[in-house]
Design a binder for this molecule. Structure first.
Ligand code: GLC
Length: 898
């Protein structure tokens, strides 16, 4: 029944007319796969014959087992029936290590006779079952290793050159002081900077240490088979992993296998779906402190922090690793073998970056490497309303009027695919929207921006200017025989721009002018995995598709990123005075330079509400600070309660938008009547009142690459204690802890209170952590805590960010413990454009009987935007309440201690 319903749903959503195109494409794809077989199958199809055995290959029937595999031989047939006819080999023994200005270059002695011998190291994965194999040959390509420090805490490790032209920003890294220490013969080599020590063993194992201290990571030499790469890392028992882009998984990824292949899950997904739209080969590792261990005590140089059982004796502050590889890959983080992480790439070389340190520090460095997110316009942090699709124009006008009628703030209305003429990108359906510019103008007068969806597929229609231009410009992806690749999406058969070509990006970027000119303020880039409709197999272009940068295997995961680059750069050229707002479904490392993202087509159910919180935390830990989910969920009908709970959680997320699928009832703040409308209004107003804080966090993200939504362990960097992160609780910046309700019917929930003093946002009740407390959560409220020492700037909510009052700013003081101090800052500017800005810093100190707030400094040229500044003191008895103050120092005296 469920399957039938899903079938009907997907037929309806892709359009009945498209069914034939889909069947044709499915058949055509099969033909293409036979004609142009991929050089290697996808890594998640590679055989994994036995637990503990890592890799196996077989060449033409002659079995060959690479060193350290331990698997029995034989030609391995994967689930697709393909034969994996390659032999894995490691680089061999180190022959020569030469110091270079930033590190070292290593050459290997490739001894054919060694190949296939079981590892000398009994602790290599699978070595216990290893058998020597005859006839193996090494195929490691140029067996060199380059270790190059870009900064004292950032090393680039290259075993095999990555894809040329991988889109990472160019940057001149300052010189780094690197000490090169050849160890006694047979013991390896050490490279040391002020922040990191890298040990190279004679058998090419690499280990990463804090200088003279704790072990951070230990790697086996990679294995190569043709262009495939397998890289393995030894795991500590109490190590946790986070990141990998967008994952429908818990925040802690340990114990799972995750695929790198941006994929449309087909209109609906939920927890456990993998992969989804946005993969990023980056993760953070944290090693948990164990009871009885002194986490911060450095061990002797060279001493391992991992004992024989794989348990950490000296928990490390963690690290980040980023694999500069866009090819299909799978990351097994201790699933097949709990003590091994195994990364397999179907091509793309092996270059990765290693950064030691806790989350805040490594993400800042990672942003140096892949780019910082530009500051978005303020309006982007307002409330957005969407559905598939609002049309015609009258309905959109009515929607805007409904917001005014219900007195609910709103900043943007999104137009889904029906605003286009037959789903032709960059066109407007003149029947539904005869005067888009007039509509945009009228909405703008009400403080509402229009955002339009843009899909990459260009309808194959000789009468359509964009298709014709694309053909003339040779802008589309082709097959090896030069034919333009055609695959169905909303408009039926489409051609796909090759965004990896700079000239195509420029051409495409210019097209946004058509909509900008009509007053459209932002762009929602969808289906850019790229997604296509198929009846079976991968819902994307054929693997044989060609891009300027390489074949589809190489470029698939970069497609969305390049499309966003085209849009961002186009918008900067077309409208240099305004900051682009782009929200994209797909992307790769560095997406933050151009666009936001959202979790897209999740089901409207409680499990998905809960899941999206973990997904958004994970995105933040992958360098994407601006994201959110469809309020109410996308696929299905949200109950009023689910909608409200989703909205409450999303009010504290960067992207705050209601959206729902075609054919479902509206999901707008008033759709469910009372008491839901009032609750929705209250939370949207609360969001608007917090905009000074939220915008300051956005500025912080732009400066440091930090996520706005953070896991609770963010602030426990020095003494991590959380075994597994709380997947349904998050920090918004440093000051707020948000505990959404994700259980149907719940009227209270248990809240993890991190170490220190916190205040209940609603009652000012002080709470001390570490603790777990049950707090009231009636339908109209979710638990929110404020960290002691916070200075939370709030303003009067307005009907939109454009109408925000500059009458009054309230600085909400949450006093720290006696003798302690806290700090806060406030970033202000015009809210858009590139004009002057201002940063104010506050310090709040508590002494016996008094709380002092100091307005420490103001930098930069923007004038203080508020007429009045008010201080509200929370959480202390006998506080005098609010006081109007000038923007200078103020004393609130004579308060009693708690
Ligand atoms: C995709 C998007 C969804 C959108 C729909 C129609 O499924 O993820 O948000 O509404 O396409 O454009």
């Amino acid at each position: 029944m469920g399957r039938l319903r899903r079938l009907v749903e997907s037929v309806v959503s892709i359009g009945i007319g498209n069914v034939v195109a889909v069947l044709r494409y499915t058949r055509e794809r099969k033909r293409l796969e036979r004609r142009y077989p991929p050089p290697t199958p996808f890594p998640w199809l590679w055989p994994r014959p036995e637990v503990g055995a890592t890799v196996v290959g077989a060449a033409d029937g002659a079995t060959a087992i690479a060193r350290a595999t331990g698997a029995s031989g034989g030609v391995a047939a994967g689930p697709g029936g393909f034969r994996f006819a390659e032999t894995w080999a490691d680089p061999g023994q180190v022959a020569e290590v030469v110091a270079t200005p930033r590190g070292a270059r290593v050459r290997f002695a490739v001894a054919e006779a060694d190949a296939g011998q079981p590892g000398a190291d009994a602790d290599e994965p699978g070595a216990e079952t290893g058998e020597p194999a005859a006839g193996a040959t090494r195929d490691c390509g140029p067996a060199t290793l380059d270790l190059s420090f870009l900064a004292p805490d950032l090393i680039e490790v290259t075993w095999r050159a990555p894809l040329a032209g991988l889109p990472l920003p160019e940057r001149d890294w300052p010189e780094v002081d690197v000490e090169f220490i050849p160890a006694p013969p047979g013991e390896g080599w050490i490279l040391r900077t002020a922040a990191l020590e890298v040990h190279l063993a004679p058998d090419a194992r690499l280990s990463f240490f804090e200088p003279g201290g704790r072990l951070l990571r230990e790697e086996w030499p990679p294995l190569f088979a043709g262009e495939n790469v397998c890289h393995r890392v030894r795991l500590a028992g109490c190590e946790r992993f986070h990141g990998l882009g967008e994952r429908a998984s818990p925040v802690d990824l340990r114990g799972g296998t995750y695929r790198m292949w941006n994929r449309d899950p087909g209109g609906a997904y939920g927890p456990g779906a993998d992969p989804v739209y946005l993969s990023i080969p980056i993760y953070l590792s944290r090693t948990m402190a164990e009871a009885g261990h002194e986490g911060s005590k450095a061990s002797e140089a060279g001493q391992r922090g991992v004992d024989a059982a794989g348990e950490s004796r000296n928990p490390s502050p963690g690290y980040l690793v980023f694999y500069a590889n866009s090819h299909p890959a799978s990351f097994d983080l201790g699933k097949a073998d709990p003590s091994v992480a195994e990364h397999r790439f179907a091509g793309g070389g092996l270059r990765y970056y290693f950064i030691p340190g806790p989350a805040a520090q490594v993400l800042e460095r990672y942003a140096d490497l892949t780019g910082k997110p530009p500051l978005p316009p303020l309006w982007a942090f307002g409330y957005h309303q969407c559905r598939w699709s609002y049309y015609p124009e009258a309905r959109v006008r009515k929607l805007a009027a409904d917001f005014a009628h219900h007195d609910i703030p709103v900043d943007a209305i999104h137009l889904d695919i029906h605003y286009m003429d037959g789903y032709r990108v960059f066109t407007v359906d003149k029947t539904r929207f005869p005067d888009l510019a007039g509509l945009a103008k009228d909405l703008a007068a009400q403080g509402i921006r229009l955002v339009t969806i843009c899909d990459p597929g260009v309808k194959r229609d000789p009468g359509y200017f964009l298709y014709r231009e694309g053909l003339e410009e040779e802008a589309f992806c082709t097959l090896p025989d030069g034919e333009v690749v055609i695959a169905p999406v909303w408009p039926g058969p489409c051609a796909f721009p090759d965004f990896s070509h700079p000239a195509v990006r420029e051409w495409w970027g210019g097209q946004y002018g058509r909509l900008l000119g009509a007053g459209v303020a932002g762009f929602w880039q969808d289906m850019n995995e790229p997604a296509t409709f198929v009846a079976a197999g991968e819902p994307t272009l054929p693997l044989a598709a060609r891009h300027a940068l390489g074949d589809h295997r190489a470029v698939h995961n970069l497609y969305g990123l390049f499309m966003n680059q085209a849009a961002y750069e186009g918008l900067r050229r077309l409208d240099p005075e305004r900051r682009p707002f782009i929200v994209s479904r797909s992307g790769w490392a560095g997406l933050q330079r151009y666009a936001w993202t959202w979790t897209a087509d999740v089901r409207s159910d409680w499990a998905c509400l809960r899941q999206t919180i973990a997904t958004i935390i994970g995105l933040g830990l992958s360098g994407i600070p601006f994201s959110g989910s469809d309020v109410g969920g996308f696929n299905g009908e949200a109950t009023p309660e689910l909608y409200i709970r989703w909205l409450q959680a999303s009010a504290f997320m960067p992207f705050f938008r209601s959206h729902t699928m075609i054919g479902t009832p509206d999901q707008a703040p008033w759709s469910y009547g009372e008491p839901y409308t009032t609750i929705a209004r209250d939370f949207i107003r609360l969001r608007y009142s917090l905009l000074p804080y939220i915008y300051t966090l956005a500025w912080e993200a732009a400066e440091k690459g930090w996520p706005m939504v953070r896991p609770l362990f963010w602030s426990e960097a020095d003494a991590p204690t959380r075994e597994s992160p709380d997947d349904d609780t998050f920090l918004l910046g440093d000051s707020l802890l948000v505990a959404p309700v994700t259980e149907e019917g719940a009227t209270s929930r248990e809240v993890p209170v991190p170490a220190g003093l916190w205040y209940d946002f609603w009652t000012d009740r002080p709470l001390r952590g570490p603790a777990r407390v049950r707090l009231d959560a009636p339908l109209g409220r979710i638990p929110v805590l404020v960290r002691a020492g916070a200075v939370l700037p709030r303003e009067e909510p307005a009907s939109s960010t454009g109408a925000r009052g500059t009458e009054r700013l309230s600085l909400h003081l949450y006093p720290p413990e006696v003798g302690a101090s806290g700090a806060g800052h406030l970033y202000t500017d015009r809210g858009d454009g590139y004009g002057p800005c201002r940063l104010d810093r506050f310090v709040v100190t508590r002494r016996q009987g008094e709380v002092e707030l100091r307005w420490v400094e103001s930098e930069r040229g923007f004038p203080w935007p508020y007429r009045r500044t008010e201080v509200t003191l929370h959480g202390v008895r006998d506080a005098r309440g609010s006081r109007a103050v000038e923007p200078s120092s103020v004393w609130v005296g004579a308060v009693e201690d708690l």
